[in-house]
Write a protein that binds this ligand. Sequence first.
Ligand code: NAD
Length: 485
Amino acid sequence: MSASSISEIVVSKKQGLYIGNEWVGAAAYDEIKLPYDGSIVGYAAHAEDSDVDRAVAAASDGARSMAALANHERADLLLRIAEEVRRDQAELAQIICSESGKPIKEARIEASRSANTLVAAAHEARQLHGEVVPMDFTPGGERRMAMTVREPLGVIGAITPFNFPLNLTLHKLAPALAGGNAVVHKPAERTPLSALRLAEIVTRAGAAKGAYNVITGNGPALADRMLRPPDLAMMTFTGSVRVGESIRAKAGLKRVTLELGNNSAAIIEPDGDLSTAIARTVQGAFSHSGQVCVSVQRVFVHESIVDTYLEGLVAATKKLRVGHPYEPSTDISSLIDEAAAIRVESWIREATDSGARLLCGGTRRFATLEPAILADVPTSARISCEEVFGPVVAVYRYQQLDDAIAQVNSTPYGLQAGIFTSNLNRAFTVARKLQFGGVMINDVPAFRMDHMPYGGMKHSGFGREGPRYAIEEMTDLKLICWKTD
Ligand code: NAD
């Protein structure tokens, strides 16, 4: 399919906000642009405070309807949404690609994963249950029995980032519905089109009125309003640490889960599979131009193999095709906007000015940056310390494994990390020492299956996603205790 025909398909009309299963018009609209060249691919309504209140009211009705459904009915609803997502997969991939600028082949993977997320949530919805509690654990509990049940929270607010506009939305919506809740969702300003299309799909699949509401527009203003009404029981946020902190500070007694950033690291031991490590680094560092929360940013390689590793990494990286995201052969396309590319370019310059070697890439054209490999980066450089969220990987050499572990841990972040070694004992010892929410053995940190527990330690946030775990966050545990004679 040519670039122009994709563009024709995805340019949406000025549909508005999606509240109570219908479109609601707005006084003003924002243009949504293809990050690669700035061409317009759609429009999103600019919501007002009153729209937020209206969405929360609609969701309160939606939450009552969702809570009244049996487990199997919620499961069936999620399976019907999954079926619709699969049916519209090609179109959804085009929308994801157009608004986020990720290459179409990656957008297709995201669309397909989105259906998996829904199926996993359906599976969990069907078997939502509590447990029997042994009350006679200590004296005083004799002749008492207790059980727990899980109950919906009600209305859940969801705020999502730009990088996975459909699947990260579903990582909030699917478990929320599975647990019997309704959602008011504010997608990222630049990527609201996938969520708006999803809202139609959810209605088509038979969701109750108000089960899923989408408001678009100015992030900070809408988030402030969402956090105000007392009806919102929880805010689930995915995005940067800066915004996560501000949401938490404003949330009061609302439940909050935060899925935040990382500057992910991998360790490569001399007995690790070097060719796999190279292939996985290229994939993990440069997929979606490094705009993935677990993107490989720092790689610690034993000094005995670092030169071979770098040689292979540079050769494999140079084979990547940089270009228009609509082209099926494109591996790397633009960042989310030109400002992001300029920022990443300046971080590369800061590293090279302080002694790092740029082994390839780093050249920028508008919002597109050629994938860059840096070696000998000082530990004080921003690339070593902060989250770059761009197509840059920094490679460090080490002599002692404990030093590499200390370096990997020397970050405020804690989402995922990886280690390559064929020594099982060593792998598990390292896995226990790494202070991250997930550790990948014989892989880079940029690995996620949609049903697995996923979330961070330290500044990478708290709470876990993956439907089974998110449902726990999105439901209340109630104890029912009875006394027998
Ligand atoms: P961002 O924090 O700038 O924006 C995320 C969302 O917050 C958007 O919807 C935005 O409109 C909204 N927002 C912006 N300012 C706000 C404010 N003051 N109050 C409330 N909401 C506000 O993040 P981004 O640039 O869209 O995404 C990149 C970040 O997301 C990276 O740090 C990345 O690591 C993180 N991320 C984390 C995960 C994870 O699962 N841990 C997944 C994807 C992305």
